[in-house]
Design a binder for this molecule. Structure first.
Ligand code: BEZ
Length: 210
């Protein structure tokens, strides 16, 4: 079954390159990214894993742990790790699930048989402190993901979780935001004094937590 925004992120235990992981326990009360890779020793996956390893500090700043998945077995992952470092200069610094029995892939509906019935697609699940799914992405195997966009999305998720605002097109951390549609003008004058009403429904204000 597909997983939708707001659903509980299913818990699982899995073998990983960092040893056995029990997902909810490993994640704790922070944020997490679970992302799948179609196959070991493939070019796009190699660049993606190295890129994410290079963003370790960026994910840590956002209190976000990262865990990858590929349906190949652990000894295959272990052989691949050195290639990832050789190619990208970044050593893998997060667990990579060896989902050879497809337990986690099936739980998270990461195999789309009309795309390919043996490999996963490139799925991303961002899970919040409450273990609910906050964002999903699905890319085909041939299209590598943009991890700057993932960080940007996490910034928006974390901001909008705690403030009554939303983020406009192409927003980046530090830029103006829009006041949530559930906020009346009266409340907006109190909470966001001096906001700019471009339209009655489009009210711009500086990012509140800056
Ligand atoms: C890749 O990572 O390059 C890849 C993996 C599976 C199918 C196509 C490309």
């Amino acid at each position: 079954m597909s997983i939708r925004l707001g659903d509980d992120a299913p818990d699982f235990t899995a073998e990983t390159t960092d040893g056995p992981v029990s997902f909810h326990e490993w994640k704790g009360d922070g944020w997490a990214v679970l992302f799948s890779h179609p196959k070991d020793f493939t070019p796009v996956c190699t660049t993606e894993l190295g890129r994410v390893a290079g963003l370790k500090d960026e994910f840590a700043k956002r209190n976000t742990k990262v865990i990858g998945l590929s349906v190949d077995p652990l000894d295959s992952h272990k052989g691949w790790i050195q290639d990832i470092e050789d190619v990208t200069g970044n050593a893998l610094n997060f667990p990579l699930i060896a989902d050879h029995d497809r337990k986690v892939s099936d739980l998270y509906d990461m195999i789309h048989p009309k795309a390919d019935d043996t490999m996963t697609v490139r799925s991303v699940f961002v899970v919040g402190p409450d273990n609910k799914v906050k964002l999903t992405l699905t890319y085909p195997a041939s299209t590598g993901r943009n991890f700057d966009e993932l960080l940007r999305s996490i910034d928006s998720l974390q901001l909008t979780a705690y403030h009554a605002v939303a983020t406009p097109a192409d927003w980046r951390d530090g830029e103006d935001v829009v006041i949530g549609t559930g906020v009346t003008d009266e409340e907006a004058h109190e909470k966001f004094p001096g906001f700019n009403a471009v339209k009655p429904y489009l009210r711009i204000t500086p990012q509140p937590n800056k």
